[in-house]
Design a protein around this ligand. Structure first.
Ligand SMILES: Cc1cc2nc3c(=O)[nH]c(=O)nc-3n(C[C@H](O)[C@H](O)[C@H](O)COP(=O)(O)O)c2cc1C
Length: 319
């Protein structure tokens, strides 16, 4: 996730059990692009012991081939192509989710990349640009190019992050594609993760915002898969996570106000799982003392917290 899933964030997730595999934020690829240094650094400094997939976004075939060849020299398990980013600045240039309007172009890009990538080559897609019915035409193109994994975020680009998630389309892909299919979209609890797995028949789950909100989710899903009861963090453990997030994101030369702003990006997701006016108030904090004073008010206790989305607490949509 842009501006979130760097090496420091993976390391923090790993302390709570972590994912089986991590994706980088996307490398922006165009005629004169060079792999972004900070994303390369995340890969080189990956201390989780778990594999990393390098994701690219772009639409120029020679540039994508060049970038894929460069990226596969790094210690990555796969090269992934983003066909889902819904940001207008991206899709208007016909990259990310914008490419879903041009299936023939996707066909050419996948053909060229499959030939250029000698390690695993994977695709992350939404189910269409304007309508989920577009997936019928897209899926045969993914099937044609012997990709190694298809991750389906089962919303359209036009939907951005709104519900519903079209899990039935993931199931269709899982039942008909030769490669494994990974389900993505709105996984926020262990119970619901198992429902999504059962409903979609996907081989795995990709989780985004749910683990910013609760890094315990990875292990809770593992507990549920083993048939064990799920354990929830106490308020103080949540406070410990927020403190660790601050430490992992802090840059010593940045003013506190800037650091608070950075933390609000994460709090926007965590706050969605906290009843009451935490999110509303944390968005107004300007200094470390205010920020943690408020966190202590809500989390300095030993009660378990589920951190599942609370109705009525609405986070800002990611751009
Ligand atoms: C802040 C943010 C940044 C994201 N950046 C990326 C990205 O770089 N590449 C990508 O494939 N998806 C990106 N996504 C989309 C997520 O990977 C995921 O598909 C989406 O959030 C739905 O899954 P979720 O409901 O588990 O969050 C981003 C999402 C958010 C919220």
């Amino acid at each position: 996730m842009q501006d979130v899933t760097d090496g420091a964030f993976w390391k923090l997730m790993h302390r709570y059990g972590g994912a089986d595999v991590y994706w980088t934020e996307y490398f922006r690829v165009h005629a004169v692009s060079r792999p972004e240094k900070w994303i390369v650094a995340s890969i080189e400094q990956n201390s989780t012991g778990r594999p990393v997939v390098a994701q690219m976004i772009g639409n120029e075939i020679p540039a994508l081939i060049r970038a894929a060849k460069e990226l596969q020299q790094l210690n990555v398990a796969a090269i992934d192509l983003n066909l889902g980013c819904p940001a207008p600045i991206v899709y208007k240039k016909c990259a990310g989710g914008g490419l879903l309007r041009e299936p023939q172009r996707i066909d050419s890009i996948l053909g060229a990349l499959r030939e250029a990538v000698s390690i695993k080559f994977t695709v992350k897609t939404r189910v269409g640009f304007a309508s989920p019915s577009e997936f019928d035409a897209l899926q045969p193109i993914f099937a044609k190019h012997s990709i190694d994994l298809l991750t389906v975020h089962a919303r359209t680009v036009a939907q951005m992050y709104r519900l519903p998630v079209h899990y039935d389309l993931i199931r269709h892909a899982a039942e008909t594609m030769k490669c494994p299919v990974c389900a993505n979209g709105h996984v926020y609890s262990a119970d619901q993760a198992l429902e999504v797995l059962a409903q979609t028949k996907a081989r795995g789950l990709m989780i985004g915002r749910g683990v910013i909100r609760s890094p315990w989710l990875f292990n809770q899903i593992r507990q549920r898969l083993r048939g064990e009861p799920v354990t929830f963090p106490t308020g103080r453990e949540v406070l410990g996570y927020i403190e660790a997030l601050w430490e992992s994101q802090a840059s010593f030369d940045a003013p506190e106000k800037v650091q608070c702003e950075r933390m609000k990006k994460f709090m926007n997701y965590l706050g969605e799982g906290v009843p009451g006016d935490f999110l509303h108030r944390i968005r107004r904090s300007q200094a470390r003392a205010d920020f943690f004073g408020l966190c202590r008010e809500f989390f300095d206790h030993d009660q378990p917290m589920r951190l599942e989305p609370v109705s009525g607490v609405v986070p800002a949509e990611p751009s």
